[in-house]
Design a protein around this ligand. Structure first.
Ligand code: PRP
Length: 217
């Protein structure tokens, strides 16, 4: 049956966010037709003619929603902190893709001592904004080096003293002989909605927002 009264586009990233968003859609009987793990298609239909899913990079989800290319999306709090949240309504913490954003350093690097001594640290991260705020609040002097992935490598080859990255199980840190030295923030994923769509397509969005809310709580 047709439960969505106007065409809607939902932005998701492949991997955990795509997989863990499926149960929210299933709550209202919707299934996505296709899987980004096995297909290169970037626009996926669903069992509701008025709902399609677009598959974008995790860091791009807020951008698609901000400009209204997607009406709504699912993005990690880490990504939203960097984006700034402009033009986005963030109604629901979905409590999925839970992890934390932390400072990590090599096992044999005495991070606490270096900080105590007022050393200037080189820190590699893709989270420049979050890292800058964290170290400024602690009064730690840092030179930040922007990376786009595999941050764990940076201290192992002398690019940085420490990293700021997501930690979930901790196995990536362990595999690279790094230890978490400070936890910055708990991270989970949020439903984000384009502010204009929320006004203009309220009737279409509401049943979905309600379903996401029910499953999250
Ligand atoms: C994230 C993060 C860490 C890893 C942490 O990377 O950047 O590398 O997961 O998870 P763990 O503590 O369970 O090992 P992800 O695999 O999401 O890919 P990314 O490099 O694209 O962020």
């Amino acid at each position: 049956s047709q439960i969505i009264s106007a065409p809607l586009t939902l932005a998701l990233s492949k991997g955990r966010i795509f997989d863990e968003t499926k149960p929210f859609l299933a709550e209202v009987g919707i299934a996505v037709d296709g899987d980004p793990e096995t297909s290169r298609r970037l626009i996926l239909p669903t069992t509701q003619p008025n709902l399609r899913v677009i598959v974008v990079r995790a860091t791009d989800v807020p951008t698609y929603v901000q400009y209204g290319a997607a009406d709504f999306g699912v993005a990690g709090a880490d990504v939203l902190l960097e984006h700034g949240g402009e033009g986005l309504y963030q109604p629901i913490d979905l409590k999925i893709a839970n992890c934390r954003i932390s400072v990590a350093a090599p096992e044999d690097f005495d991070y606490a001592n270096a900080v105590r001594q007022g050393a200037r640290l080189r820190v590699a991260t893709k989270y420049l904004q979050t890292a800058r705020e964290h170290f400024a609040a602690k009064g730690v002097h840092v030179d930040l080096i922007k990376l786009y992935g595999s941050m764990e490598l940076a201290p192992l080859v002398g690019l940085a003293d420490a990293i700021v990255d997501l930690v979930s199980s901790g196995s990536t840190l362990r595999a690279n002989r790094l230890v978490e030295v400070e936890q910055i923030k708990s991270i989970s994923s949020r439903l984000i909605v384009n502010q204009a769509a929320l006004k203009l397509k309220r009737a279409a969005l509401q049943p979905l927002l309600d379903a996401f809310e029910r499953v999250a709580n």
